[in-house]
Design a protein around this ligand. Structure first.
Ligand SMILES: C[S@@+](CC[C@H](N)C(=O)[O-])C[C@H]1O[C@@H](n2cnc3c(N)ncnc32)[C@H](O)[C@@H]1O
Length: 136
């Protein structure tokens, strides 16, 4: 990605190479139109579940920095994380799941670009789930 930014002289991108939670905490309230959480680490073992990025504290932090009407997009190819995310997000009153039919979470959004991890998952036969939530 850094190569592409340099080669194409793209100057409106900032890269923070550390724990994203510190960066989110430094952002002002209601400033972001969209947040992408792409293939978060699934932390399969039950005793590690509290490390999953989709958790109440991180969702509170993301809710604070998103504009009302903004979007939180979470993509995972992992069936356990898919179920985990669906349950954690159903518990929220500040996010609305935008899906109206199964195709809405099974099909990539029109502006979708596969990440390296998404391509790997596709090659290995795992299907992505595209969660889209509107910040209320
Ligand atoms: C499965 S990889 C997906 C990478 C990339 N998003 C993609 O789709 O190709 C998960 C990545 O999340 C990063 N990560 C996990 N927790 C993080 C955090 N708190 N802040 C920033 N990055 C984090 C890990 O270092 C790892 O690179």
């Amino acid at each position: 990605m850094l190569d592409v930014l340099l080669r194409e002289n793209i100057t409106n991108v900032r890269v923070y190479m550390d724990d994203a939670r510190a960066m989110i905490d430094a952002l002002p309230d209601a400033g972001l139109d969209i947040v992408y959480l792409l293939h978060p680490d699934p932390w399969h073992k039950k005793r590690h579940a509290k490390r999953r990025f989709v958790n109440p504290d991180n969702l509170d932090a993301l809710a604070r920095v998103l504009k009302p009407g903004g979007e939180l997009r979470i993509v995972t190819d992992d069936p356990v994380y898919r179920q985990w995310t669906a349950i954690r997000m159903t518990e929220r009153t500040d996010f609305h799941w935008m899906a109206e039919k199964p195709a809405d979470w099974r099909t990539p959004p029109a502006d979708w670009i596969d990440t390296r991890y998404a391509l790997k998952a596709g090659r290995e036969g795992r299907l992505d789930c595209f969660f889209r939530y509107q910040k209320l």
